[in-house]
Design a binder for this molecule. Structure first.
Ligand code: GMT
Length: 381
């Protein structure tokens, strides 16, 4: 198949999933074209059968901001026409799915549009009245729609009331590379416990809860906190660390290409989000054998089994999350056992192969000619 994939090039999970699906499909022999405003972080090396197309929106004095939805649609139409794309797979409804629908209008129905809903395109920004009707159109008019968790599928039905089939295809992880990381030496030289949080530091991640959990944990355990990523709430979190004298024990790394280097040396992962459709960062931690303490929101319970792979506590209950963290960090055999369980869960139930099979078979379904009465009659003979 010849497949176009459009995604954000930021460090967020939707871009990670889109790029990893693309690479996996190319490894299976498909021709993959990735369209984004910059090279996604997971596409830095050369990949056979993967071509990157940069989307640029030309400025013009009349524009208050460049209309990226239109320039993305133009690039999609151009790439689809010149490379004979059969599928355009839009990751995140806004604006990718709408651009893909515009490209399909430009080229005709031979081009099929698959949309994967990732999270806030449904739960936060997509539900805002300024976008909702267009997200509803994207869901209704795509040839196929997937959601990364049952929660997200149900939330889509509830918020958008679109009567259509939405297939749940979860996110996935690959086994970590075998090489060892030297992060312990720079993260926790004195053998302290390492807590890690990775996100885009947007309000939905509640990073101040991470800081408060850590402050409480530090009262009882010799611990360090590694904050990976960047975003609007980073400055407040850094200010908190300074004001509370936590500075020596907290490291803000900024965005990191190689999160495995940090996860390989982590003892516990914290995910305190207000809502989370899946929690890919937590799944990646689990693949490294790191148990997770998280808020019980959205699709998180579909990934983390409370009491087995970590603990789930009510959103905002920093006291309960800190108590669970201390409980685990003070009992190394138990922490290790939970880490093993988390690794088995991640690499067993969220392995790449079966998930990519699901996308591949979805594409085949979408490309299959519609069955007619005549077909049914002849197959019945
Ligand atoms: O929806 C977002 O906030 C962006 C998106 C991203 O690009 O990181 O995150 C969502 O998609 C991820 C990949 O499917 C999921 O693992 C995240 O749970 C989800 N984020 C939220 O629901 C907040």
């Amino acid at each position: 198949m010849r497949i176009g994939i459009s995604c954000y090039s930021t460090f967020g999970g939707s871009g990670v999933v889109a790029t990893e699906v693309g690479k996996a499909l190319a490894a299976r022999g498909h021709e993959v074209h990735i369209l984004s405003t910059a090279v996604p972080p997971r596409l830095l090396g050369f990949e056979d059968r993967v071509t990157f197309h940069e989307v640029t929106a030309a400025p013009y004095p009349l524009f208050e901001s460049s209309p990226i939805t239109v320039s993305l649609a133009s690039k999609m139409a151009d790439v689809a026409a010149h490379h004979g794309l059969e599928i355009l797979h839009a990751h995140y409804a806004l604006p990718h799915a709408l651009s893909a629908l515009l490209a399909r209008m430009a080229l005709g129905d031979g081009l099929k549009v698959v949309t994967t809903l990732h999270g806030t395109d449904i739960t936060v920004v997509g539900a805002d009245p300024s976008y909702l009707p267009m997200v509803r159109l994207a869901i209704r008019a795509s040839d196929a729609v997937t959601a990364v968790s049952r929660f997200l599928k149900e939330e889509t039905d509830r918020t958008f009331g679109v009567d259509r089939d939405i297939r749940v295809i979860p996110n996935f992880v690959e086994p970590p590379p075998g090489e060892s990381s030297n992060c312990r030496s720079w993260l926790a030289p004195a053998g302290a416990k390492v807590l890690t949080h990775i996100s885009n530091f947007r309000p939905v991640k509640r990073v101040m809860d991470v800081m408060q959990v850590f402050e409480r944990v530090r009262r009882e355990v010799d611990a360090r906190l590694v904050m990976v990523g960047d975003g609007p709430d980073r400055a407040e979190a850094e200010g908190f660390a300074r004001d509370r004298g936590l500075d020596p024990w907290v490291r803000f790394t900024g965005k990191q290409l190689d999160i495995g280097a940090v996860l390989a040396c982590s003892d516990l992962f914290l995910l305190t989000s207000a809502t989370e459709s899946f929690g890919l960062a937590a799944l990646e931690a689990m693949a490294y054998g790191v148990p997770v303490v998280a808020s019980r929101v959205g699709g998180v319970p579909e990934v983390i089994r409370h009491g087995l792979d970590g603990f789930l506590e009510p959103m905002g209950d920093v006291g309960a999350m800190a108590a669970r963290s201390v409980e685990l960090l003070s009992d190394e055999p138990r922490r290790r056992a939970m880490g093993e369980s988390a690794r088995d869960r991640a690499l067993g139930d969220f392995a790449e192969g079966p998930v990519v099979d699901m996308y591949e078979s979805l594409y085949e379904d979408v490309l299959a000619p519609p069955r007619t009465t005549l077909d049914l009659g002849s197959s019945a003979r």
